[in-house]
Design a protein around this ligand. Structure first.
Ligand code: D5M
Ligand code: FE
Ligand code: ZN
Length: 421
């Protein structure tokens, strides 16, 4: 603690985005660009990059001064700082006390209990970057009046493109809980073999999969007992087979999750070459997270592992409403704001989890519940699962909503739930 931002570093080399096939234009993706080794300096550089990217967003809205300068003759005057939350606690009097750090130093920020302008303070999480306005005593304490987040700016118009997209995730092929019959109904429908009263199937041009295509092996202790297919290659063989049921005219974008055969640490690269050969040529492989342009609009796809941490730390969030956790990501301009809990983040040269561009669509999965909302012009959708409730989820009281596919009309940005259960 307290030294994540401290030591100066030389800037990393600018990475090059490799071209992606089909009509998908890659905007940001770790695939083939990972450089980190995981040494101490890597972490410092990672946090500095997170800080500076988010500070750049905030500095247009608040005139932050270096924390180090608070020692010099500013006592009593109203000033602002931009810092990363290093520590959060509640004092004996019920005030919220936040250690805030920037590359020049740290300061203890006190949010007085009951102060208007600081109500949202209960939602602060470790490692997010905020701007705080208040007064200092010149001795390292700062009394906050208000704070702001790098939040998205409201958009005048909703971005629109063309074609229809299906949002999928957490298929968990190979799991004994995978709902193959429901999947077959879905494939029958998209292939035009079933009733389609709304005429949606023929409009589908894209299918985006936000991770956990297969159940994988060795993902959690005792997983063998939950596996119908115990070989990872065979899981992907079947998964590729199942995706072949989706007609060729549909472009499929595949992003990995924590059950897929790539490194666990985020950002995760796209599936390795030796597995890609199993899939038909209408499948494009991207990393996790991945930003790209598809169907005329910008997408940000992230499996959503950080939702586990957000639900734990932010009052009012739950697994039943994953879209609310996704809004918290947007407000913080970060896909995984809390460092070092369930999500392991690789300290890349750049923080790939920062939401630097405002997407039209934020698509997550992981929590196995469908949720949709619109926030400041962004359509945020969690695409649920094809895995029935596992014993583990029963014990944890997690109620999945399987075999529901969100359909998004990219021309109108209206979403519907298609139910195949
Ligand atoms: O995650 C599916 C869901 O199950 C997601 O809501 C998280 C929850 N889950 C999975 N593993 C754990 C552990 N170990 N603790 C708590 N919650 C968990 P998936 O990535 O598909 O396994
Ligand atoms: Fe999953
Ligand atoms: Zn997952």
């Amino acid at each position: 603690m307290g030294d994540r931002l401290a030591s100066p570093l030389s800037p990393g080399e600018a990475p090059i985005v490799p071209p992606l096939p089909f009509s998908l234009e890659g905007l940001s993706d770790i695939t083939g660009r990972s450089t980190c080794v995981g040494e101490y300096q890597d972490f410092v550089r990672y946090f500095r990059d997170r800080y500076s990217k988010i500070r750049d967003i905030l500095s247009g809205r608040v005139n932050g001064r270096p924390i180090e300068s608070l020692k010099r003759g500013v006592a009593g005057r109203e000033i602002s700082v931009i810092g990363m939350v290093m520590d959060l606690r509640t004092s004996a009097k019920g005030n919220r006390v936040v250690e805030l750090e920037d590359p020049t130093g740290t300061v203890t920020v006190i949010f007085s209990k009951g102060d208007p302008g600081t109500e949202d303070v209960a939602t602060l999480v470790p490692d997010e970057v905020i701007g705080v306005t208040g007064t200092t005593d010149g001795k390292g304490r700062f009394f906050a009046k208000t704070f702001i987040r790098p939040d998205l700016q409201a958009r005048a118009a909703i971005a629109s493109g063309e074609g229809g997209a299906l949002l999928l995730s957490d298929v968990h092929v190979g799991s004994t809980y995978f709902m193959e019959e429901a999947w077959d109904r879905f494939v029958g429908w998209i292939s035009g073999e079933e009733d389609d009263p709304l005429g949606i199937a023929s409009k589908v041009r894209y299918a985006v999969i936000a991770g956990d295509l297969v159940d994988g092996i060795g993902v959690y202790p005792g997983q063998e007992g939950d596996l119908a297919i115990k070989d990872i290659w065979e899981q992907y063989e079947l998964a590729a087979e199942l995706l072949k049921g989706i007609p060729d005219r549909v472009q499929i974008v595949l992003s990995p999750g924590n059950h897929d055969a790539v490194r666990q640490a985020e950002p995760q690269p796209a599936l390795p070459e030796f597995l890609r050969g199993l899939f038909k040529s209408n499948v494009t492989f991207v990393g996790n997270p991945a930003a790209f342009r598809l169907g005329g609009v910008e997408w940000l796809v992230y499996h959503g592992r950080s939702i586990d941490d957000l639900v734990l730390k932010i009052p009012g969030l739950s697994y039943g409403e994953p879209e609310k956790a996704m809004v918290e990501m947007l407000k913080r301009r970060h896909l995984s704001p809390i460092y070092g809990n369930r999500v392991s983040i690789a300290p890349e040269v750049e923080d790939h989890m920062v939401i630097h561009r405002q997407p039209a669509v934020l698509h997550c999965g992981h929590v196995h519940t469908v949720g949709m909302t619109r926030y400041k012009g962004v359509t945020a959708i969690n695409s649920g699962t094809w895995q029935g409730q596992t014993d583990f989820q029963k014990k944890m009281n997690i109620q999945p909503t399987p075999a529901i596919v969100p359909y998004l009309d990219l021309a109108t940005m209206r979403a519907k739930r298609l139910i195949f259960d």
